[in-house]
Write a protein that binds this ligand. Structure first.
Ligand code: UTP
Ligand code: MG
Length: 377
């Protein structure tokens, strides 16, 4: 190589570096504006306490806990509040469907919330909403479920991953949530993927794809002390993970120094080009698995059994495919969006903020995913 070619290559290298640095700064600033305000979080906490007090009038031993984005550090402004009611009573427990009906009646009588009950859903819930008002410009909406201890634990797992490397992990997950919502590929009930699914894709990428990894595998590290079976299993599912993040930081440090911009570029590249959608299962606990090894085969009976087009293993409920609602059309749309994002970033428009604006341009809903809409969300 001549010295001129060397120089040109160096120039390109520097400008790529500068471009990804600028992308990282813009990503960071973009995400910060989308975070909930302290006031919003305080209102949500007041609502949680009020609901807890009311529910205790029928179940004195109950606790109402936040899970999902309000509790895992991936919350956007005005996002829904996921609540889980735990009942620590020695009495024989009421069924979740009965509780949904009773709590629904109570809240209808005692509050101004609009109440809808889904006692027969896979996870029975009470849905609450409050219309916007001057004090609450976006209103509020919340789902209350019962005894969903696995969701509380997977929320804690995501929270722990976020706290190992808050800047890189939170920025990526929150950006992916906004991007997928604006591109209309974040609706399990219309055949695409939940926010939880996108968060797992990010963690899978940071633990198992990036080399050196950005995050350790919290479910595979040796436990710092012996753990009794009953403390680490819920309904036969192993929910143990290394949750002492201060201790972890003494013992483990990532040697990956890539910026969040570089990681985002590679994330889109990996899921548009390399992930083996037809045969692979993304498991944050085990790495890339085979559909055949899990018995998650594509059985398209009448072209309608869509369960295993896209496979993301739940970290604790390992026979549960988090992407089970993704239809053929939904997956086509998701992969198309990964490719579009990759193209936009590869083109490296001069102003990185323009790349972000283009990535998150609101997509007109063209109904691609509704054809075989999933049934249970
Ligand atoms: P969401 O997909 O609603 O995530 O799942 P989110 O972060 O709250 O996103 P937005 O802001 O509403 O879009 C909420 C929680 O529900 C549980 C997980 O605990 C997750 O954090 N969940 C969701 C599951 O356990 N399994 C699923 O398949 C989906
Ligand atoms: Mg949610």
């Amino acid at each position: 190589m001549t010295s001129q070619q060397h120089q040109a290559q160096r120039q390109r290298h520097i400008s790529r570096h500068q471009w990804t640095q600028s992308l990282s700064r813009d990503l960071h600033n973009f995400v910060i504006q989308l975070l909930p305000t302290a006031e919003e979080l305080a209102v949500k906490e007041d609502v949680r306490k009020l609901l807890e007090r009311l529910i205790r009038t029928i179940e004195p031993e109950s606790r109402l806990l936040s899970f999902g984005s309000t509790a895992n550090g991936f919350s956007l402004r005005n996002s829904d509040m996921d609540l889980c009611c735990l009942i620590d009573s020695s009495q024989p427990p009421l069924s979740a469907s009965d509780l949904v009906t009773m709590v629904g009646d109570l809240l209808e009588r005692e509050t101004k919330f609009k109440v809808k009950t889904l006692p027969h859903a896979r996870i029975p819930i009470v849905k609450l909403s409050l219309d916007p008002s001057p004090g609450l410009p976006y209103g509020i909406s919340s789902d209350i479920g019962f005894e969903n201890r696995l969701a509380l634990e997977n929320t804690r797992l995501l929270m722990s991953y976020a706290s190992i490397d808050p800047v890189r992990v939170r920025t990526l997950v929150i950006f992916l949530k906004v991007w997928s919502k604006r591109r209309k590929i974040n609706s399990p009930y219309l055949g695409t993927l939940s926010s939880y699914g996108y968060a797992l894709l990010v963690i899978f990428f940071l633990v198992h794809v990036k080399n050196p990894p950005v995050l350790p595998n919290l479910q595979q590290l040796p436990p710092p002390r012996p753990v009794p079976y009953e403390d680490t299993h819920i309904g036969g599912n192993d929910v143990w993970f290394f949750d002492d993040i201060d201790l972890l930081k003494e013992r483990w440090q990532s040697s990956n120094t890539e910026s969040v911009g570089e990681l985002l570029i590679d994330f889109f590249k990996y899921y548009s080009r390399d992930f083996t959608y037809n045969t692979g299962v993304a498991s944050i606990k085990m790495g890339l698995l085979k559909k055949s090894a899990k018995g998650w085969l594509n059985e398209y009976k009448d072209g309608r059994d869509e369960r295993n087009r896209f496979c993301i293993e739940d970290p604790f409920e390992t026979d549960f495919n988090v992407a089970r609602c993704v239809t053929k059309e939904g997956l086509y749309a998701i992969r198309g969006e990964f490719m579009r994002a990759s193209r936009i970033l590869a083109a490296r428009p001069e102003r990185t903020i323009m790349a972000l604006a283009q990535l998150c341009e609101e997509r007109e809903d063209d109904g691609y995913a509704g054809a075989y809409g999933a049934e249970e969300e």
